[in-house]
Design a protein around this ligand. Structure first.
Ligand code: SAH
Length: 297
C-alpha cells in the first residue's frame, strides 16, 4: 500500500511522484512530451488573468488521485520541501518558483546511483560531460525571468537552451504557460524524454537541435533561458525575444591580462528587450555552467 503524500498547499502539479521504474526503452520518435497550442500562435507577453494554473497544473491535478508508486514518495516529498525551504532561506522569493522546486521529483532526473544526492543543492553529472544544474541556480534564473509577476501568474512562452536531463524544463513547465526546450546531444534529448514521460507534462515540447539558432517557428518568446555558457548571447536568440521579454544566460568573462589562477569565469546576464532595437543588459552574479556549443551530436 502506498500512502498518499501530503499535498503541496500550492496548486501545483507533478506531485504524483513516480518512483524510477526500470529504464524504459529509449526509442526515438516521440515528437514532443506534450502538445501545447500550435507553434505560431501569438505569444502574449505576460498573462494578466489571475490565478491561472498552467496546463501542466491542470493535467497533473486530473491524475492527482493516482497512487504514487511504492514507498519512498513520502521521503522524496520531504526532501523536496526541505530543498525549497533551503532556497527560500538562501534568498529565493518567488513563491511559484519555490513551489515548483518543491514539486518536481529531481531524483527522477539523475542516475539511480545519485538519487540520494538529488535534493542537495548541487550540480550532478548526467553523462556526456554535462550536468544537471544546481537547484538554487535554476530557481534564481527563473525568478529573474519572472520578476514582477505575482505567484498566480505564469510566464507566457518560454524557450530553454540546453534541456540536459529535463529537470529545469519540468520546473519551467510549472511556472510558464508553455515551454520549448532544445538539446544538441541526441542521447540527452532522448534521456530527457524518457525522464519526463512518466510526469506527462502537457505544456512542454522538447526539440533536438542547435539551440544557438533558437526556435524561429515558435518565436517570439516572452522569456529565454540558457543552461550553458557562451562568450555572448547568440544573435538569433535576441531576435526571437518578444518586446518586453527577458533573457537570462550565463556568459563567459575574458580574463584580465596578466590574471593568474582560474582564467575564465562566468556571470549571469539578464537582457530585457525594450523595443525592436534596444536591449537592456544587467550583469549579475558569478556562476559556473557547462559550455554552450554549436551544432548537434
Ligand atoms: N537544463 C539542464 C542543464 C543541462 S546542462 C538541467 O535541467 O539541469 C546544459 C545542457 O546544454 C547540456 O546538456 C548541453 O549539451 C546543452 N547545450 C550546450 N550547447 C547547446 C546548444 N547550442 N543547443 C542546445 N543545447 C546545448
Amino acid at each position: 500500500m502506498s500512502p498518499t503524500p501530503p499535498r503541496s498547499k500550492f496548486p501545483l502539479p507533478l506531485d504524483a511522484v513516480v518512483q524510477r521504474k526500470p529504464e524504459p526503452a529509449r526509442t526515438a520518435g516521440m515528437p514532443a512530451v506534450g502538445a501545447p497550442r500550435p507553434a505560431g500562435a501569438p505569444a502574449k507577453l505576460r498573462d494578466k488573468q489571475p490565478s491561472t494554473p498552467t496546463p501542466a497544473a491542470s493535467a497533473v491535478e486530473a491524475r492527482a488521485s493516482a497512487a504514487t508508486a511504492g514507498g519512498g514518495g513520502m521521503a522524496s516529498d520531504r526532501a523536496r520541501g526541505a530543498l525549497a525551504a533551503r532556497l527560500r532561506a538562501g534568498g529565493i522569493r518567488d513563491e511559484r518558483v519555490l513551489a515548483a522546486i518543491g514539486t518536481v521529483p529531481r531524483h527522477l532526473f539523475v542516475e539511480p546511483g545519485l538519487a540520494s544526492q538529488a535534493y542537495e543543492d548541487a550540480a550532478l553529472p548526467i553523462g556526456h560531460q554535462q550536468t544537471i544544474s544546481k537547484p538554487s541556480v535554476v530557481a534564481r534564473m527563473i525568478e529573474l525571468l519572472r520578476e514582477g509577476l505575482p505567484a498566480a501568474t505564469p510566464l507566457e512562452r518560454v524557450l530553454e537552451i540546453g534541456t540536459g536531463c529535463g529537470y529545469q524544463a519540468a520546473v519551467l513547465s510549472l511556472v510558464a504557460r508553455e515551454v520549448f526546450s532544445i538539446e544538441r546531444i541526441r542521447p540527452l534529448h532522448e534521456q530527457a524524454k524518457a525522464n519526463l514521460r512518466p510526469l506527462r507534462v502537457p505544456n512542454l515540447r522538447l526539440h533536438y537541435g542547435d539551440g544557438m539558432l533558437g526556435l524561429p517557428q515558435a518565436a517570439p518568446f516572452s522569456a529565454i533561458i540558457l543552461a550553458a555558457a557562451g562568450m555572448d548571447v547568440p544573435q538569433a536568440l535576441l531576435e526571437q525575444l518578444a518586446i518586453g521579454g527577458r533573457l537570462i544566460a550565463p556568459v563567459a568573462l575574458m580574463p584580465l591580462p596578466g590574471a593568474t589562477g582560474q582564467t575564465v569565469t562566468q556571470q549571469l546576464l539578464l537582457i530585457e528587450r525594450l523595443n525592436r532595437h534596444r536591449f537592456h543588459r544587467t550583469a549579475l552574479e558569478a556562476v559556473f555552467f557547462v559550455p554552450l556549443k554549436s551544432g548537434t551530436i
